[in-house]
Design a protein around this ligand. Sequence first.
Ligand code: ADP
Ligand code: ZN
Length: 186
Amino acid sequence: TPGRMEVITGPMFSGKSEELIRRLRRARIARLRVQCFKPDLDVRYHRTAIASHSAQTLDASTVANVDALRDTLYPSLDEVDVIGIDESQFFDASLVPLALDLVHRGKRVVLAGLDTTFAGEPFPPVPDLMAVADEVTKLSAVCMVCGAPAIHTQRLGESQSLVLVGAAGMYEARCRHCFRPYQEEL
Ligand code: ADP
Ligand code: ZN
């Protein structure tokens, strides 16, 4: 079977995890064998599941990095048809060749992740995944200021860390007009 790479992107609260869960559930209904991963940075709701803000979940293996993902997945790769990866922005650039290798081996790879940081800049490696994907779905959230479609993630509060691990209330979806890059908020 030909492989396929799908990327689901957009700001926080845009429904990336929901859409990932929806696609992977449908794959399971089609009797495809699905394995899901997420970085261990993201422990918002569940250590061992992908979780959406609307509390849907899907079992996932938590891995520290791309090497750990490869070590977990490849020994039993013959028994996997579809690979789901959430919070792709927390993996490094080696996620791109890994995803491509899986596609070349005939796998369907569905990756979800933020396309921009709270500074409004591209959030690697997601833009590079988008460039080589078969299909890119860019979702919008609802701007928490004005209600327009939101493409940005607004960081609230003080930390300058680039890591976007969301406790509720720390981040907001914002449209282009209402978004203030984080530094200007200080
Ligand atoms: P993501 O993975 O993109 O962060 P999730 O799939 O986890 O998004 O959550 C999407 C859900 O978040 C929506 O279906 C909705 O219930 C909820 N939600 C909370 N705030 C917003 C918002 N500002 N815009 C859209 N959805 C929101
Ligand atoms: Zn707005």
